[in-house]
Design a protein. Structure first.
Length: 370
């Protein structure tokens, strides 16, 4: 179907270079303008987001791509039970695509038609909290648009890596993961994930998969033990070989002080701001789980993972927690820059009841795979 001069349709393999171009050319604007890119091949990053994907594009009459959206499906805990849930991402528009409400409506319809039996009747998506134009549009309840129901706020802390420090008297040991412990790690993540809404259901096979866990090695896991029992884990997941966040511009005031912040930042506990055109040297702090939400365990894991990130030359380690997560205040004690986003349930009339009936569990989606 067409929307004026724009045709919304499923992507084809030949669109891959144009999809990467569109991602480069549609940065998120703000004090820091940032493009979220997927070089050298769009499909490499898609593999970590789910086991099934649908990508739709908006094509202008001259064949140029001016719109993009994707739906990925994964298994996650929903109200404590494994369920198949979709995630809507990569919403981008350029040129005529920005003003075409009709093409957006048709794009949503194509993604909704991708739903299969056994999948939940709603999808998830997240929007940066201060992206007010996008939020106003999506929450406006326009005719034939899906409903965007806010579920809660996620806070992503861009933590500043630091050399390691030794803690005494906690009774905790932190050691690195190894292939023989992946079953134990996966079991622990499932046990803790039941408590968090939308936490991914993982297995040793998914954690070792070169597609589902691309770029993640067993030794990237940091395991906290007490008296030989696993009580916490977290992984430093560096995805820069297939996903990049590239600086595309700074607001004038921030651009003027950026060189000074580059010198003072480490002393003030603020992440370095790279030059325009340079990727951010960041990794995700992924698969974070702490038995009993014990603050001492998270502190020990942060000591170990931030030292690991420092040793790798990273400028930022990205940790995302729900705004009401009991351990967020513990993580905030470390030098960081915060970013806020809203998690939504996206549904049509047939998904309204299921979205409204969700239990008020603390949100826990794995942001590294979104």
């Amino acid at each position: 179907m067409s929307a004026g001069e724009i045709t919304m349709e499923p992507a084809v393999p030949a669109d891959e270079p144009a999809i990467r171009r569109l991602l480069r050319e549609t940065p998120f604007e703000g004090a820091i303008s940032l493009s979220l890119e997927r070089e050298p091949d769009f499909r490499l990053a898609a593999s970590i987001e789910g086991d099934r994907h649908r990508v739709v594009v908006g094509r202008a009459e001259d064949g140029r791509l001016v719109g993009l959206a994707a739906r990925s499906v994964r298994t996650a805990f929903v109200d404590g039970v494994p369920a198949r849930v979709g995630y809507l991402g990569l919403l981008r528009a350029a040129g005529a695509g920005r003003a075409s409400i009709r093409s957006m409506r048709e794009g949503f319809a194509l993604l909704a038609a991708d739903r299969r039996p056994g999948e939940l009747p709603f999808d998830l998506t997240s929007v940066v909290a201060d992206n007010l134009p996008a939020r106003r549009l999506l929450e406006a309840g326009l005719p034939d648009f899906p409903t965007y129901r806010p579920l809660g706020e996620l806070v992503t802390l861009a933590l500043v890596p630091r050399p390691g420090r030794r803690r005494k008297g906690s009774g905790l040991e932190v050691e690195r993961g190894e292939p023989g412990r992946l079953d134990e790690i996966a079991s622990f993540l499932r046990t803790e994930g039941v408590r968090r809404q939308f936490a991914g259901v993982v297995t040793a096979a998914s954690l070792s998969s070169p597609e589902r866990s691309r770029g993640l090695a067993p030794s990237d896991f940091h395991l906290a033990t007490r008296e030989g029992r696993l009580v916490g884990c977290a992984a430093v997941w560096d995805q820069r070989t297939f996903k990049q966040a590239v600086i595309r511009g700074y607001a004038p005031a921030l651009a003027a002080v950026r060189p000074l912040l580059g010198w003072l930042g480490p002393r003030l506990g603020v992440p370095r701001l790279p030059p325009v055109g340079e990727p951010v040297a960041a990794a995700f702090l992924a698969f974070v789980a702490v038995a009993g939400d014990d603050p001492a365990v998270l502190d020990a894991l942060l000591d170990s993972t931030l030292a690991d990130a420092h040793g790798r030359g990273l400028d930022q380690l990205l940790l995302a927690l729900a705004a009401d997560h009991p351990l967020l205040r513990v993580a905030r004690r470390r030098g960081h820059r915060p970013y806020r986003s809203i998690l939504y349930a996206v549904h049509g009339p047939d998904g309204a009841a299921a979205a409204a009936a969700l239990e008020g569990r603390c949100l826990g989606p794995e942001v590294a795979t979104l």
